[in-house]
Write a protein that binds this ligand. Structure first.
Ligand SMILES: Nc1ncnc2c1ncn2[C@@H]1O[C@H](COP(=O)(O)OP(=O)(O)O)[C@@H](O)[C@H]1O
Ligand SMILES: [Mg+2]
Length: 244
């Protein structure tokens, strides 16, 4: 089996809090893994441990068979890992186009690029996510849904082999969600492997080859979406979180 990503016994402790507790899983190349769980379950932390925003307390992360969990984030980006942020982090003074051009300059394919070529690339990715009409605006002028599209375009411009999407559909309406689902499927069709965190169950079910469920930092279920969503422990975790 060709696993692009392997996570083994991964643990992250923030002072007293165990945010990720001995989590193990693998992602096959060109597959989409849905990562779900109630708020505070550890989903964003797990993505940060893979992308290099955080380093683990214990355990390992292997990318294409090599350990990467002690590498800085920019080194992992050069290897081909890109993520979006749940709370957008644009360069506010730059145009939408140049925000994405930065991704093109600093990603896996970037080091030899000229700015003009990076901007050309950026234009292509902005078209891909449906943001053509906003390229000249400042990034901080964008509304919610367009910010999500910008996050996605920035990450794609890095030409990743592995793309980590943290709630890119939050705040979108059903039509916009359908559009983003289509974009993500197109991304996978280009040979990119994807981890997608999402609360919209319809989106997760339609996208994911497999699902992994986190609860209080622990993996409580993993497998085919239909099976996982019928799992009693998973249902209890979600009902429990709704009552709070
Ligand atoms: N940088 C941090 N410092 C301290 N605690 C954190 C930090 N980041 C996340 N946490 C805590 O870790 C737990 C998991 O958070 P998070 O990964 O954001 O969950 P999710 O994305 O599933 O909602 C939460 O209890 C959160 O408060
Ligand atoms: Mg989160």
């Amino acid at each position: 089996m060709d696993n692009i990503l392997e996570v083994r016994n991964l643990t992250k402790r923030f002072h007293g809090l165990l945010a990720i507790d001995r989590v193990t899983f693998a992602l096959e190349r060109n597959q989409i893994l849905g990562l779900i769980g109630p708020n505070g379950a550890g989903k964003t932390t797990l993505v940060s441990l893979v992308s290099g925003t955080l380093q683990p307390t214990e355990g390992s992360v292997l990318f294409e068979g090599k350990p990467i969990h002690r590498l800085a984030g920019f080194r992992r980006a050069l290897l081909g890992i890109a993520r979006t942020f749940q709370v957008m982090r644009p360069f506010p003074g730059l145009t939408v186009l140049d925000n994405v051009a930065v991704g093109a300059l600093f990603g896996a394919a970037g080091s030899t690029r000229q700015l003009a070529a990076a901007r050309e690339d950026a234009n292509r990715w902005l078209h891909f996510v449906g943001l053509d009409h906003r390229v000249r605006q400042r990034a901080d002028a964008l509304g919610g849904p367009d910010r999500k599209r910008l996050e996605l375009a920035k990450a794609l411009a890095m030409r990743p082999k592995l793309l980590l999407l943290d709630e890119v559909m939050a705040g979108l309406n059903p039509v916009e969600i359908e559009e983003v689902i289509t974009v993500i499927k197109k991304v996978r069709d280009q040979g990119i492997s994807i981890v997608v965190i999402e609360h919209v169950m319809k989106a997760i079910q339609s996208l994911s080859d497999r699902l992994l469920v986190l609860h209080h930092g622990e993996k409580i279920a993993e497998g085919k979406p239909q099976e996982v969503l019928r799992n009693d422990q998973v249902i209890a975790a979600y009902l429990g979180s709704k009552r709070r």
